[in-house]
Design a protein around this ligand. Structure first.
Ligand code: 57M
Length: 361
């Protein structure tokens, strides 16, 4: 919105040309998202508390979690407002990728909202019936896949690339592209949701992965950088740097309140939306495999649940004391902040490993 205004004003006052620079707009998007989250955070937390939108904590989990009962949840709304307002302010609204990613974020946020609403306000412990939850997630995942397929401008937009293998490029057919996009968006959404079980455990890795995806988007959107770095060039993908910056700023603003001991949880409204957004961006910048490395913690948490359930069904025995794996470490006696910070440290190095694929090809 402000880019449009700046373009008009720059005809009269050349200073406004500075707003055409992606990097400046990204810094402004991150800063404004952070400011929005910090400013409305206390008000929103007070509203959620007053509305008694407090977490119901299961008593079969780690006992340390019982004292968290009643912590206001649905704080993801704060993240969604900060991301959306900031992106609308600083991004080029003529860019189709911005709308696809914003659309996916809002739709998955809406699915999470209904789930949270039924659980917390309607006091229905099952929340949104799983069938409907997956139906609407599928609508979002497949809708985004179809949009990206039919608006693709070059073969690179729908080709699978592998990190470290410069010459590997597998053009995907319609069904393969649809399936991969669906799995990335819906899978990442659920993976972030499973990870969101300790204070700050999901949001900080999400911020780090978003920051790295912003770098990939910036490079992919610039033909010269893309060629130099050996990554697929995706014209116009650079604008996603603005969304990634807004997610980073909003996420850090939320972490201000979600840091241990948390004053607020994000709820499904935040977790499902953030995961889906990361999956959609990875697909657009053609870095599906790299995002699975950078978001290794989300993958590990999901894998721990799959292995635990499979092992219990097949052998009657558990592999972990409790899945997702963060509960396993808690039950081993690690203090909550130790699990959280160690998972952050692992993510930082995984993100650096992902970024290293930029030139090592
Ligand atoms: C949501 N929700 C948190 C909060 C957050 C299949 C199975 C593995 C599913 C899994 C599950 O239900 N996962 C999805 C996990 C909950 O947090 C809320 O949920 C939102 C995210 N969707 O924003 O609103 C609790 O997590 C804690 N929390 C924090 N800080 C935060 O910043 O401490 C959350 C955010 C909160 C709070 O305690 O109440 C959750 O864990 O419920 N199920 C499980 O995770 C359960 N695992 C399990 O049953 N394992 C089995 C099998 C099925 C694999 C096994 O190992 O044998 C555990 N969850 C809990 N208790 N709470 C089991 C015991």
């Amino acid at each position: 919105m402000l880019l449009w205004l700046a373009k008009h004003l720059s005809a009269e006052i050349t200073f406004f040309n500075v707003f055409s620079y992606l990097t400046l707009r990204a810094i402004l998007a991150a800063t404004s998202a952070l400011a929005i989250a910090l400013l409305i955070g206390p008000w929103m937390i007070a509203r959620l508390s007053r509305g008694q939108i407090g977490q119901v904590v299961r008593d079969d989990g780690p006992q340390t979690h019982l004292q968290k009962a009643g912590t206001p949840t649905m704080g993801g709304l704060l993240i969604l407002v900060a991301i959306t307002v900031s992106t609308l302010l600083w991004a080029d609204l003529g860019n189709r990728f911005i709308w696809v990613v914003l659309g996916v974020t809002v739709l998955f946020g809406a699915v999470g909202f209904v789930d949270d609403y039924l659980k917390l306000i309607k006091k229905n412990p099952r929340g949104l019936v799983a069938r409907w939850k997956y139906f609407w997630q599928s609508v979002g995942g497949l809708g985004a896949a179809l949009l990206l397929w039919y608006t693709a401008k070059s073969p690179a937009d729908t080709t699978l690339y592998l990190p470290f293998f410069k010459s590997f490029a597998l053009p995907l057919g319609f069904l393969a592209f649809l399936l991969l996009t669906y799995l990335m968006i819906v899978g990442m959404s659920n993976a972030v949701n499973l990870t969101d079980g300790l204070d700050g455990l999901a949001i900080m890795p999400a911020v780090m992965v978003a920051a790295a995806l912003g770098v990939f988007a910036y490079a992919a959107g610039n033909a010269v950088f893309a060629q130099y770095l050996g990554i697929p060039a995706v014209p116009n993908a650079g604008e996603l740097l603005i969304f990634c910056a807004a997610l980073g700023g909003a996420g850090l603003g939320f972490l201000w309140f979600n840091a241990y001991p948390a004053q607020v949880f994000m709820g499904d409204i935040g977790a499902l939306a953030i995961g889906a957004a990361l999956g959609a961006i990875a697909v657009i910048v053609r870095q599906e495999l790299v995002v699975l490395v950078m978001g290794g913690i989300f993958v590990l948490e999901t894998a721990s649940v799959i292995l635990q359930v499979a092992s219990f069904r097949l052998t009657g025995k558990r592999i972990f004391r409790m899945a997702p794996i963060h509960h396993h470490f808690e039950l081993k006696g690690w203090a909550e902040p130790k699990v959280i910070v160690r998972f952050w440290i692992i993510t930082l190095f995984l993100v650096l490993a992902g970024l290293s694929t930029l030139k090592l090809r």
